[in-house]
Design a protein around this ligand. Structure first.
Ligand code: GRF
Length: 223
């Protein structure tokens, strides 16, 4: 990137293991993602994601929801810090706490979430178990803009995997997760470059309305 250009600053929210965070960290380190990760935040002090961030030299902070009067107070404290860190974008990478409508609106168009299903199918939790129970032959992950509608914001991109005979939750989750990492990196790259935008009537890519979510190809490119 030429000198003088602003490098977009990301705040990453994660509640657990942090493998999606790690994919972003590694992509930045390899120069595949022209962004910097300003800080990582969690709602769980023990989240492995926090240690991954510290190992990469990224400031990491956990806020305990129990210390706040309610969702709004917690969100306000969290997003005050995110704003103070100078974040341009917020990436929810395995963040398991519901976000209130207020911050979803305030950060509209600047916040992405990765969800382990082919939205709009299987919003909410335990997506792999529900996909197996429903007998679908295809499953996957979606990256969408966060809006006040839980897991319902406009979808930017998806990765699809087959559901195979004999799959259990663990096997299927691992197959999806392996595709989540490039899916998230590529999606964040489009956002950080200003190529993907959320307008009133949906997602735009390179100034043209996106008719259907981009799909992650075998070569890890979005098309
Ligand atoms: C991922 O499957 C993500 O889609 C979901 O939670 C999981 C987080 O995994 N929201 P990790 O913490 O990134 O390893």
């Amino acid at each position: 990137m030429p000198a003088g250009l602003h490098v977009p600053r990301l705040a990453v929210l994660a509640s657990g293991r942090g493998s999606n965070l790690q994919a972003l960290v590694d992509a930045v380190a390899r120069g595949e993602l022209q962004a910097s990760i300003a800080a990582v935040y969690s709602d769980r002090p023990g989240a492995a994601a926090l240690q991954r961030a510290r190992d990469a030299g990224i400031p990491a902070l956990a806020l305990d929801p129990a210390g706040y009067a309610g969702r709004e107070a917690f969100d306000a404290a969290l997003f005050d810090r995110i704003a103070a860190a100078g974040a341009d974008f917020v990436i929810c990478a395995g963040y398991l706490r519901l976000l209130g409508a207020e911050v979803a609106e305030a950060w509209r168009g600047r916040m992405l979430n990765i969800h382990p299903s082919l939205l709009p199918a299987f919003k909410g939790l335990r997506t792999h178990r529900r996909a197996l129970a429903a007998g679908v032959t295809e499953h996957g992950a979606s990256v969408h803009f966060v809006t006040a509608d839980l897991d319902g914001g406009p979808v930017l991109a998806q990765a699809r995997v087959p559901v195979l005979a004999g799959d259990d939750v663990r096997v299927l989750a691992a197959r999806v997760l392996a595709r989540e990492h490039p899916l998230l990196v590529r999606s964040v790259d489009l956002l950080a470059r200003g190529r993907a935008r959320l307008c009133d009537d949906g997602v735009y890519l390179d100034d043209a309305p996106l008719r259907a979510p981009l799909q992650l190809a075998a070569n890890n490119r979005l098309a």
